[in-house]
Design a protein around this ligand. Structure first.
Ligand SMILES: [Zn+2]
Length: 261
């Protein structure tokens, strides 16, 4: 193996670690903001329920007041009957009373319906209260965790960057610039060749290239013909029965997609 390959493997591990830390630092504020948005959305839904509860209560207050008005009309009608001077008047007052009583039963029925809606709304409020408490608590704890994690990541990434700089200083300029160029384009610059495949892009290596890379005295920088990554070969990782070169197998596009899931 080329002496720089081993060093590039170590560099890549550090690069990936630094990227992981930086990605986490970038993702956490968004994660916390999403939780805040979620809690606010639940608070908004809860406010709608509270508003509907208040409206039902106001409706019932009006209904109760209307019932009292109609009851007064009934009482007044009965009084009028007592003072009536002929049957025509009695009939008219009885008619007024019947109308008021009918109105009372209509209002009481509507009040009952409103109470049922209120019961349903109270149940919704209980659910919303619980959901809001949970969402706010999650937001608070995740916010605290994010602050602590970001602080720790900052320290960790600074330490990894020091190691990266030191590691880069040990690697040859050509190998390093090749690695940097591929890593910038592909995310990683070096990949293991295993079972005649590039483990990064999964493409088969041509038999000659596969044979070359496994030569004990192979010191060339070999790249994957498909993705361009530098390839390294670890004999300890390769299973003996697979060391014989098998003819290239073309994989269907569907199989590639399934494997990529
Ligand atoms: Zn590849």
């Amino acid at each position: 193996m080329h002496e720089d390959l081993q060093k590039l493997m170590a560099l890549q591990a550090l690069d990936l670690e630094a990227k992981k830390l930086r990605d986490e630092m970038a993702a956490l504020p968004k994660h916390v903001a999403d939780l805040d948005t979620k809690a606010k959305a639940i608070a908004g839904q809860r406010a709608v329920v509270l508003d509907l509860i208040a409206k039902e209560e106001a409706l019932r207050r009006r209904q109760e007041s209307d019932v009292k008005d109609q009851q007064a009309k009934v009482a007044k009608g009965k009084q009028k009957i007592g003072n009536a001077i002929n049957t025509v008047q009695v009939t008219a007052f009885e008619h007024e009373i019947a109308f008021a009583e009918k109105e009372i039963s209509r209002l009481e029925e509507a009040e009952l319906e409103s109470m049922m809606r209120s019961e349903e709304l109270d149940a919704q409020k209980t659910v919303a209260d619980k959901a809001l408490t949970a969402a706010e608590s999650t937001h608070k704890s995740e916010r605290e965790r994010a602050i602590a994690t970001i602080a720790a990541d900052k320290i960790a990434v600074a330490a990894v960057d020091v190691q990266r700089t030191a590691q880069r200083a040990t690697i040859g300029e050509d190998a390093l610039s090749l690695y940097d160029r591929i890593a910038k384009a592909k995310g990683t610059g070096i990949a293991e060749a295993l079972n005649q495949k590039c483990t990064a892009c999964q493409m088969m290596l041509r038999p000659q290239r596969w044979n070359d890379i496994r030569e004990r005295d192979h010191t060339e920088m070999t790249t994957c013909e498909s993705c361009g990554r530098l390839l390294y070969y670890d004999p300890a990782r390769d299973s003996p029965q697979r060391k014989t070169v098998t003819p290239e197998r073309t994989e269907s596009i569907a199989a590639q997609i399934v494997r990529g899931l």
